[in-house]
Ligand binder design. Structure first.
Ligand SMILES: [Zn+2]
Length: 141
């Protein structure tokens, strides 16, 4: 991928990336950690771990633009393949991704389907990391 194309994709997803990074930075005094992984910034532990544990599916990881939040280092390794598909979705939809995601969750709920498991964005990304495998949740390193 050319530098220009990569730059445009990062810029397109940046509204979400910036908010996710800012929350991570604010969480630094409370044990949040950062690492670069490929074209993403992984943020884990501390406040991010707490926030993820409060999601309806007790998410191990969550993609927000080019930022991937993880409960811990091991959960990021476990979920990376799945989350990188969400990164590509953000690169496609940019600031429209989150509204579209919630729109589809609502639509699934309205039609009697599961708002998370049946969401087309999740269906595309299902793979290694899936809450059904919660019993395999990796422990912190
Ligand atoms: Zn997902």
């Amino acid at each position: 991928m050319s530098f220009i194309k990569q730059f445009v994709l990062v810029l397109w997803a940046s509204p979400t990336t910036i908010i996710a990074t800012a929350i991570g930075v604010l969480g630094l005094p409370f044990g949040t950690k950062f690492r670069r992984q490929g074209r993403t910034l992984e943020i884990y532990g501390g406040v991010v771990e707490w926030l993820l544990s409060k999601t309806p599916v007790d998410a191990l990881a969550m993609t927000l633009g080019h930022v991937i939040w993880g409960q811990n280092s091991a959960s990021l390794d476990f979920c990376r393949e799945h989350e990188l598909i969400h990164v590509r979705q953000y690169e496609r939809w940019g600031p429209f991704f989150i509204p579209l995601y919630f729109y589809y969750s609502f639509l699934m709920w309205l039609t009697g389907k599961h708002p998370y498991y049946d969401n087309p964005f999740e269906r595309e990304a299902f793979g290694e990391c899936h809450p059904h495998y919660k019993h395999q949740k990796p422990s912190n390193e």
